[in-house]
Unconditional design. Structure first.
Length: 77
């Protein structure tokens, strides 16, 4: 399973490796997040799914497309 660091502490300036998941976004409810949060695309890891206790939610198609686009741009894929 690939995971990324997510924080509810949103910096004043968003860097190229960050992505805001705003609670006003149409896909926000699916995420399971309680407040607007930031995903750090430069802080990713792979873990065994057996180590997780559960899921909060999931990323909707619109957000996933945007995340993938930013991820590819950041890592020049």
């Amino acid at each position: 399973m690939v995971v990324a660091f997510i924080s509810s502490k949103i910096p004043v300036t968003l860097e190229k490796y960050t992505m805001l998941i705003d609670r006003t976004h149409k896909d926000f409810k699916q995420t399971g997040l309680k407040v607007s949060s930031i995903i750090y695309l430069d802080k990713i890891a792979t873990i065994d799914k057996k180590l997780t206790k559960g899921e909060l939610g999931e990323i909707g198609k619109g957000l996933k497309k945007k995340i993938n686009k930013n991820f590819k741009k950041l890592y020049k894929l």
